[in-house]
Design a protein around this ligand. Structure first.
Ligand code: HEC
Ligand SMILES: [Cu+2]
Length: 317
């Protein structure tokens, strides 16, 4: 579990990890307590009037109707108007602050697709899946788009949420104030595995971030092929392929290696070449009984990652 979402927060809110968070929480608290005061106040006054002006004797006549009262009407118009305008100006102001990034913000490209997040760091040609790594105390602008349906990038600790859409760019910016790991959610219902469309925001000190960039991003160099493959499986394939025979959109990986698979091109033995072809050119042979529902991973996965995932599939006897 990520620190911050469940721990360190208050009863209402996860811990604050961006420059926006304190201001937004004050506005939230203000609206909350204003609602409590108005709710309780109106009920108390209503109850008091019910008792005070109740009919006391059977033959009591109705009190004369009040048709018009300037002072009363001005009061109940102007006070709510003032409150609503205050909330509008306050909210609009913080909205502007969240919409307009500082000119020195660092751009990171975010691509969403069913069902994961891809992050491209322009300076070093690094791409990561699921994990977004950023330096602390640095303005970051996310330029987002989607490869399929609408998704929504949501990090509660930062107090930011922004839809990511096909065929257009949307942006959101933030400045993290705390080193740590925070949960990324998809906040737009986007299909079967929507609730698995999770990621981590990893905030590093500036020095650690430079080191991370210099090492080419997430260090996979020291990882064994199988470990790397398992990671690729979890971020890229687990939405559609199980490893325990349970049914998903695609066939299970359990026992797949070496098996005779029925496909649109006849029976094929699932060896390394077939697995590789299924990953980079999934339309070549469609498994019988399944929809042609897999996208190509050519250009998305590096060769070593493909090798890794094949090794990983081999371990799933
Ligand atoms: C969006 C869902 C989806 C994702 C994500 C996905 N696949 Fe698939 N995959 C399918 C479907 C559906 C099939 C069956 C139809 C076909 O053969 O194309 C399939 C078939 C396969 C097969 C052939 C299986 C067999 O029984 O012969 C392999 C191998 C495979 N996928 C590997 C992968 C790997 C590795 C990944 C991750 C890098 C991945 N898939 C990600 C949907 C998906
Ligand atoms: Cu989504």
């Amino acid at each position: 579990m990520n620190e911050g979402l469940m721990k360190n927060g208050s009863f209402w809110m996860p811990s604050q990890a961006s420059t926006f968070a304190p201001g937004i929480d004050v506005l939230y608290d203000f609206i909350f307590w204003l609602s409590v005061v108005l709710f309780v106040g109106i009920f108390v006054v209503t109850a008091y009037f019910i008792i005070k002006y109740r009919r006391k004797t059977d033959d009591q006549l109705a009190v004369a109707q009040i048709i018009h009262n300037d002072a009363l009407e001005l009061t109940w118009t102007l006070i709510p108007l003032g409150l609503v305008m205050l909330l509008f100006v306050w909210g609009f102001n913080s909205y502007l602050g969240m919409t307009v990034p500082p000119s020195d913000a660092m751009d990171i490209k975010v691509t969403s697709k069913k069902w994961n997040w891809q992050f491209d760091y322009p300076e070093k040609k690094i791409t990561t899946f699921g994990d977004l790594t950023v330096p602390v105390d640095t303005p970051i602008r996310l330029v987002m788009s989607s490869q399929d349906v609408i998704h929504s990038f949501f990090v509660p600790n930062l107090r930011i949420k922004q839809d990511s859409m096909p065929n257009r760019y949307t942006t959101v910016w933030f400045q993290a104030t705390k080193v740590g790991r925070f949960q990324i959610f998809c906040a737009e219902y986007c299909g079967d595995a929507h609730s698995d469309m999770l990621g981590n925001l990893i905030v590093l000190s500036k020095k650690d971030y430079e080191k991370w960039l210099d090492n080419g991003g997430p260090s996979t160099a020291g990882m064994s092929l199988t470990d790397l493959g398992q990671r690729v499986y979890q971020t890229q394939c687990s939405a559609c392929h199980s490893i325990d025979n349970s049914p998903k959109t695609g066939p299970t990986f359990k026992g797949l290696y070496g098996k005779l698979t029925q496909t649109s091109a006849g029976a094929v033995k699932a060896d390394e070449n077939y697995l590789r072809e299924s990953i980079v050119d999934p339309m070549a042979k469609i498994v019988t009984g399944y929809p042609a529902g897999m996208i190509t991973f050519a250009g998305i996965l590096k060769d070593r990652e493909i090798d890794g995932v094949i090794e990983y599939i081999k371990t799933l006897k």
